[in-house]
Design a protein around this ligand. Sequence first.
Ligand code: IPE
Ligand code: MG
Length: 251
Amino acid sequence: MAASNPTSPEGAAVLHAAIVMDGNGRWAKQRGLPRSLGHRAGVEALKRTVSAAAQTNIRWLTVFGFSTENWSRPAAEVAELMALPKRYFESDIERLEREGVRVRVVGRREGLSPELVRIIENAQARTAHNDRFFLNIAFNYGGRADIVDAARRFAAEVAAGRARPDDLTEATFDSLLATADSPPLDLIIRPSGEQRLSNFLLWEAAYAEFVFQDVLWPDYGADHLKAALAAFAARDRRYGAVIPDDVLAAG
Ligand code: IPE
Ligand code: MG
């Protein structure tokens, strides 16, 4: 990730937010529906939430679509999850393109079908020129896998004689991660009532604020996002330091 957050043309702080899209299965179960329909409803929630986020000071949004651990789900469910990017892009890529959203799918390509890789590459190419809003979809992504991949890439540079071990700093390591092009992560939102990171953005989460919300992802929308941003705005981010008022009070 870049060293610091840019500001919008108006000078307002712009945010990089992340969402663990969770609760599709429970949403379906509550309605007596198959889990697949929960996942499809989750795609609709993603569309709503990207539109809503573009109206806020969020400018980078990274969503968790499929984790490296999700392969252990039943084959039929894995197949349904693998079909979601196609479903999403087929129904929304024109709007994303038109509204200035640049889409990136981050995660390992190994294990994805050639057709899915083509769909992903096509969505990325169609929106590559956009710069109003940045949507990263983590798919076949795991925080640990991403860290291991970055370490491997650096080790290969050392083995090839192009880098020395001391060249590795937090900043250079950062630039080897899947999120290298995005600014530091400000906020991680997890709906569905679960309160854990589940191997999402492990490195990037170092100073992010967490907001957990009791809503299942297929029900998520603009009002939930607003509530998450309000909770974020009330936080006191110190990055391990003290705020000036406290220094004065202590003095
Ligand atoms: C999120 O919903 C979708 C993915 C993790 C891919 P879940 O499928 O995890 O839904 P729950 O947690 O079973 O409700
Ligand atoms: Mg879940």
